[in-house]
Design a protein around this ligand. Structure first.
Ligand code: CA
Length: 230
């Protein structure tokens, strides 16, 4: 179950061997990987899988990497997904053009896997901090993802594994309103059938745990939608 929290990386690359190398290395780092061979597949997977990061090859048949980048960054629903562009081009002009299109980073082929993974982690520490083992703070609540511990007002709290994942998800995006379906996808995983009412039960447990030593309820119910932190 813990793997459901692992960031999902979409690899868009038309060369099979390159795709396999990326898949192998990303999975070795503990990421979930989905792969697309071309632009159409990529756009479909962006919508369906809502990946946490995209590794995007510049040179693709039909729809170029630049065009995919432009589309992802033009859509408010997907523009926050970090994109790392891969390119055999090394001229400074191309690099600038890639970043101007909205790519968050740019790596020149042939690249070092170690360097690419470091760049990836840099992006994910920003967008998926809990999954990258960062320490998150919200008011008097501290979640230490690496140590798997939660404190409120300095007191350690006891959370079940589901409540921990739920709190990590909420603390990664304070203020964001999550629908029950989105929380189920993130906390339980997309392929698992869970009744949406189950989420209410676990939110109830989370609130109770967070208020063990008093303090106000930090998890807001958004009527007709879902939940939000703060
Ligand atoms: Ca290519």
């Amino acid at each position: 179950m813990a793997s459901q929290q692992q960031p999902c990386v979409l690899v868009v690359e038309d060369e099979g061997a390159q795709r396999e190398v990326l898949k192998y290395n990303l999975e070795a780092e503990g990421f979930q990987v989905v792969m697309a061979e071309n632009g159409d597949e990529a756009m479909l997977l962006v919508a369906e899988e809502q990946p946490d990061l995209i590794v995007l090859d510049w040179m693709l048949p039909n729809v170029s990497g630049i065009e995919i980048c432009r589309r992802v960054k033009a859509d408010p629903a997907t523009r926050q997904i970090p994109i790392i562009m891969l390119s055999a081009r090394s001229e400074e002009g191309d690099r600038v053009r890639g970043l101007e299109t909205g790519a968050d980073d740019y790596v020149v082929k042939p690249y070092s896997v170690v360097e690419l993974m470091a760049r990836l982690r840099t992006q994910l520490r920003r967008t998926r901090p809990a999954s990258m083992g960062e320490r998150l703070t919200h008011g008097d609540i501290i979640l230490d993802a690496a140590e798997h511990r939660v404190f409120r007002g300095g007191h350690p709290l006891h959370l079940g594994p589901t409540e921990f994942r739920l709190l990590s998800t909420l603390m990664e995006k304070p203020g964001r309103v999550w629908t029950r379906e989105q929380l189920l996808d993130r906390v339980w995983g997309r392929d698992i059938y869970v009744d949406t009412r189950t989420i209410d039960v676990h939110v109830g447990r989370l609130r109770k745990a967070l208020m063990t030593n008093g303090g106000e309820n930090p998890v807001r119910t958004v009527r007709g939608t879902g939940y939000s932190l703060g």
